[in-house]
Design a protein around this ligand. Structure first.
Ligand SMILES: Nc1ncnc2c1ncn2[C@@H]1O[C@H](COP(=O)(O)OP(=O)(O)OP(=O)(O)O)[C@@H](O)[C@H]1O
Ligand SMILES: [Mg+2]
Length: 243
């Protein structure tokens, strides 16, 4: 994908949360956002997903400027697959129904088509035996894998994942990261917020480090991790890379 953010600014209750975010990437498959808590990563991701309005600035994906007006955003959101930290699934629906619901209601597939697509993705991610389970009957890792299968099933042009493993124990984290790696190898485009630095290093083409609403460091993985230029990023990286 080609991604251009120009001076994206966002305030919550007068508090500046994104302070003029600019980033221009000609070609990127996996952009990883890292940075300290409260730095604005989720807010930026939600703006790119069209779930939140910026106060000013511009988001351009593959030469298309995102129009921050409700009707245009409905269309934009249809092209993006999102997975958040936790509570992604509807608790009263089965794994299968969680995937078929958006396919029917948002993407206008017939119930039969939606079920075919959902079963195909459940099988692809080795979840076919869990199709009729509700989220409470699935492990945390299985829940996130269903959420990822749902995000991918809508044929998105871009996947946005916000700390999809932060609520999981190490074994389940590995399951979910394997799935992300598999999708990446398939050539999907991702923007991923993660605290898994080892994983970030393996999968990212580009890394942006956000702190206090600004991008304090951006570039190729090796450059950002091995040779950070600002004091703020050296400080953050020395803390997170310590262990
Ligand atoms: N809906 C909201 N209303 C008011 N303030 C908000 C809202 N969403 C986020 N904020 C504030 O914006 C700032 C940035 O939050 P954000 O969730 O984007 O950070 P983050 O980098 O994702 O942090 P973390 O790593 O902890 O997830 C925080 O100070 C947060 O309290
Ligand atoms: Mg966040």
């Amino acid at each position: 994908m080609k991604l251009k953010l120009s001076e994206v600014t966002k305030r919550f209750d007068g508090h500046l949360v994104l302070d003029g975010i600019s980033l221009a990437l000609e070609k990127v498959h996996t952009l990883v956002l890292i940075g300290p808590s409260g730095g604005g990563k989720s807010t930026l991701l939600r703006i790119i997903a069209g779930l939140e309005y910026p106060d000013s600035g511009e988001v351009v994906i593959d030469d298309e400027t995102v129009q921050f007006q409700e009707a245009a955003l409905l269309q934009h959101r249809r092209t993006i697959g999102t997975v958040f930290q936790a509570f992604n699934l509807f608790p009263h629906l089965t794994a299968l129904q969680n995937i078929t619901l958006p396919l029917e209601k948002v993407h206008q597939h017939s119930p039969k088509e939606a079920e075919e697509i959902a079963r195909q993705f459940l099988a692809r991610f080795r979840l076919e035996n869990h199709a009729s389970k509700r989220p409470a009957e699935l492990s945390g890792g299985q829940r996130q894998r269903v959420a990822i299968a749902r995000a991918v099933s809508i044929k998105p042009k871009l996947l946005l994942f916000d700390e999809p493993t932060s609520a999981l124990d190490p074994e389940m984290t590995a399951e979910v990261l394997d799935m992300i790696r598999e999708l990446r190898e398939e050539g999907r485009d991702f923007i991923l917020v993660t605290h898994e630095m080892g994983f970030a290093r393996q999968v990212a083409d580009q890394v942006a480090l956000l702190a206090d609403g600004r991008i304090v460091e951006a570039g190729a993985v090796a450059q950002v991790f091995e040779n950070p230029s600002s004091a703020a990023s050296r400080d953050f990286l020395s803390k997170v890379l310590k262990y």
